[in-house]
Design a protein around this ligand. Structure first.
Ligand SMILES: CC(C)(COP(=O)(O)OP(=O)(O)OC[C@H]1O[C@@H](n2cnc3c(N)ncnc32)[C@H](O)[C@@H]1OP(=O)(O)O)[C@@H](O)C(=O)NCCC(=O)NCCS
Length: 222
């Protein structure tokens, strides 16, 4: 049976999320999802043009989407962890159900668990016995090593490497191309800058950059 889905977020990751849904449909013998449209509170004109060019309807802001549909299935295609928390909470409180989306070209190892609301893009390598809690985003080409544990709303940007047995707490963002060495612990609400190499455990609420990664004092947050 085909299920209706609303995509939250008209930005870059929202459109990558559309790709994931389209690829799931193409890979299955019959369509699994019908994309109802895209909701966004403040889309730029170029984003609306790109959504329209792909043949999808802009549904309006979140409030409009919540009024137009009752208890639909949704996915939050927004990379920033804290923004994702807010939206997921709003839609869940209204009785909506989060979809869990895994691109058919992602490799998912044995006994790995993917929490509801998570989005796994094409080219991801999710090794064996890994756990993704709810609403984790794995961007294209991210590599997650064996036995890694990623908390709720963690985002791993393109090409980042999370080594085996790493634990990353809730709402942390791993920047593009960053590497976290094996067995390390990363606290919640932390930002690991693009291309950083994390060689030690990280406290919550810090931003780190560089090789080896050190605290970034000019950080403006996520
Ligand atoms: C680390 C990060 C959070 C810092 O953000 P910010 O505080 O807004 O940083 P700014 O852009 O204001 O830059 C401040 C300084 O930090 C430096 N800097 C920024 N990001 C850096 C990084 N990843 N590594 C090393 N230095 C970095 C800048 O060059 C600048 O240095 P300067 O003052 O000597 O010119 C951000 O740059 C980052 O890397 N985020 C991850 C983004 C990502 O993965 N993007 C891909 C999306 S698909």
């Amino acid at each position: 049976m085909v299920e209706d889905i609303v995509v939250i977020g008209a930005g870059g990751f929202g459109r990558e999320t559309l790709d994931v849904i389209e690829a799931i449909n193409t890979a299955s013998s019959g369509a699994i999802w019908r994309i109802v449209g895209v909701a966004d509170d403040a889309p730029a004109e170029i984003q609306l043009e790109r959504i329209a060019a792909r043949g999808y309807e802009y549904l309006g802001n979140m409030e409009t989407a919540l009024q137009r549909f009752t208890c639909a299935t949704f996915t939050v295609g927004i990379g920033a962890p804290r923004a994702r928390v807010k939206l997921a909470t709003t839609f869940e409180d209204a009785g909506w159900k989060p979809a869990t989306l895994v691109h058919p070209d992602a490799v998912v190892g044995t006994n790995s668990v993917i929490g509801e609301g998570s989005i796994v893009c094409g080219g991801v390598q999710l090794s064996t016995e890994t756990t993704l809690c709810r609403y984790v985003h794995l961007n294209p080409g991210a590599v997650i090593g064996h036995d890694a544990l990623l908390g709720e709303f963690v985002s791993v940007n393109p090409g980042a490497v999370v080594s085996g047995e790493v634990e990353i707490c809730d709402r942390t963002l791993v920047g593009a191309g960053a590497v976290i060495l094996q067995g390390l612990f990363v606290g919640s609400d932390t930002v690991i800058g693009a291309s950083a190499c994390v060689t030690r455990d990280l406290e919550p609420n810090v931003t780190v950059v560089g090789v080896p990664a050190r605290q970034h004092l000019e950080a403006s947050g996520t």
